[in-house]
Design a protein around this ligand. Structure first.
Ligand SMILES: Cc1cc2nc3c(=O)[nH]c(=O)nc-3n(C[C@H](O)[C@H](O)[C@H](O)COP(=O)(O)OP(=O)(O)OC[C@H]3O[C@@H](n4cnc5c(N)ncnc54)[C@H](O)[C@@H]3O)c2cc1C
Length: 447
């Protein structure tokens, strides 16, 4: 029997959810039911898995259990970059022939195409899923050098890109903070809460698909050929179970001491008024990733909730899977300072929302994606590019669970090694925190 123990933390209110209309959650599970497939977790991995299961088996009964509400977890708390290109490319230098980079890019693009089909099938607005590309923004000489180097790699892979100078960056963003940018067309920009809500709503409307919110799985036991999943007030008996719970898979007793848990932080301004929008200038929407991965991610949005800017920076390592009290109070001034450094003309504009969410990494950058026990599958640990890789994990886990990997949408996925063991405590925590602080210091203006 597997028992789950999760400690709640106050993660702050995600702006992505807050700017959307109120939504009534699906009822919690309060009975004993059975199904063909149980999916645990309604993030990118879980909902993608459920969608793919439905494609593979039109008649199956599919149940989804979500501990909180749809999009209340990291799935609805991220910056919404569904990225096709890896942060680091191995090819184009003296050793690689590019085949590994090409495989990963094809795999990522299959997942983005899958998400695009979902957006079309669910009639989601462009705001929810916009395949408009993104810009890797450089605010320093080393950021510039990184962009030029990355562009050389892209060239060797025959990948399209555009290098943008400082004045063009200002024309896009209204800010003179940036020295250059590298625009690539393959990223989809997502309003993560809107996308997940739309996907969950479409699944809920299908016959034989059901989502139960505020229904945390707390015990899982094998009974004959089936699995019995217990929540506080009900149970689900299922032939096959997919655990799509990100780093929390560790609380189920799997991959213990193999996963790294990083808290990330984001803030969203209040809606700008017409005079502030004039003052700012620039384009109505843009998405900047930082040329130093530990730097600031920046978005301007203009859909539901008006024109707002969203900034993400700072990260902390916490093996306890919690957010210590008061952390958001220490992050808030950093967000304000780094935002005002970019937009001094908006120095009177405050953040309306600040929030945190958890990212899961493994030392060797592999998924925790496998058949753990007969009929029990995991689709966890997305490392970087969690939206793209979470979608890959969901699709692959669904194909494994239904025994239909031969019909795979992700033919470029390759079976993964086990996530490497972490170093013993306290060295792991001390070491990770030191590395993060050093890299944040080194990031300089990129933060
Ligand atoms: C501030 C921030 C910015 C980020 N920006 C980006 C970005 O721009 N691009 C990108 O690719 N990635 C980004 N990420 C990372 C990305 O959000 C994650 O990698 C992604 O959400 C992982 O998806 P998932 O479906 O695997 O897990 P999650 O989104 O974590 O979903 C897991 C779900 O399982 C549920 N759950 C857990 N335990 C149980 C249980 N016992 N019973 C039932 N349900 C349970 C949780 O409530 C949750 O909803 C960001 C993360 C943060 C926090």
């Amino acid at each position: 029997m597997i028992s789950v123990d999760q400690k709640p933390s106050d993660l702050g209110r995600s702006g992505w959810q807050a700017i959307l209309p109120e939504r009534s959650p699906q009822p919690a599970l309060e009975q004993d039911i059975s199904c063909d497939y149980l999916v645990v977790g309604a993030g990118f991995a879980g909902l993608s898995a459920a969608w793919r299961l439905r494609q593979l088996d039109a008649r199956a009964r599919i149940v989804i259990l979500e501990a909180g509400q749809v999009a209340s977890g990291p799935g609805g708390r991220n910056s919404g970059f569904m990225i096709d290109l890896p942060h680091a490319l191995a090819s184009g230098n003296y050793a690689g022939d590019g085949s590994e980079d090409r495989r990963i890019i094809r795999m990522n693009r299959s997942a983005i195409a899958f998400a695009g089909e979902i957006a079309r099938a669910c009639n989601l607005p462009t705001e929810a899923f916009d395949p408009c590309g993104k810009i890797n923004a450089a605010a320093s000489a080393s950021g510039n050098a990184h962009n030029r180097d990355y562009a050389r790699h892209l060239e060797s892979l025959d990948e399209p890109f555009e290098l943008i100078d400082a004045s063009a960056m200002q024309a896009i963003s209204g800010s003179d903070y940036y020295q250059s940018g590298l625009r690539t067309p393959g990223t989809a920009m997502i309003q993560p809460a809107l996308y997940l809500r739309g996907l969950a709503g479409a699944l809920q409307q299908q016959a034989d698909s059901e989502i139960f919110e505020n229904s945390a799985l707390c015990q899982l036991a094998r009974k004959g050929q089936d699995w019995v999943a217990q929540t506080k007030r009900g149970s689900v008996t299922a032939a096959r179970v997919i655990l799509a719970v990100n780093g929390l898979i560790e609380t189920f007793g799997f991959y213990e001491r193999r996963l790294m848990h990083i808290n990330l932080y984001a803030s969203m301004t209040r809606a700008l008024d017409a005079a502030e929008i004039d003052l700012l200038g620039g384009e109505p929407r843009f998405g900047f990733t930082p040329s130093d991965p530990i730097g600031s991610t920046l978005r301007r949005i203009d859909g539901t909730g008006g024109t707002r800017l969203v900034i993400r920076n700072r990260c902390t390592y916490d093996a306890s899977l919690t957010l210590p009290d008061g952390t958001l109070d220490t992050i808030a001034p950093v967000h304000l300072r780094t935002f005002h450094a970019r937009f001094p003309m908006l120095r009177h504009v405050d953040m309306e929302y600040i929030w945190s969410g958890r990212l899961c990494l493994s030392r060797n950058e592999v998924w925790a994606l496998d058949e753990l026990q007969p009929g029990l599958f995991s689709a966890c640990c997305q490392n970087g590019l969690g939206l793209t890789r979470g979608t890959v994990a969901g699709i692959v886990a669904a194909e494994m669970a239904s025994g239909k990997r031969d019909q795979s949408l992700i033919t470029d996925y390759q079976p993964q090694a086990m996530p490497q063991r972490l170093f013993p405590e306290p060295f792991m925590t001390l070491g990770s925190r030191s590395v993060i602080r050093f890299r944040e210091w080194r990031a300089g203006r990129e933060l």
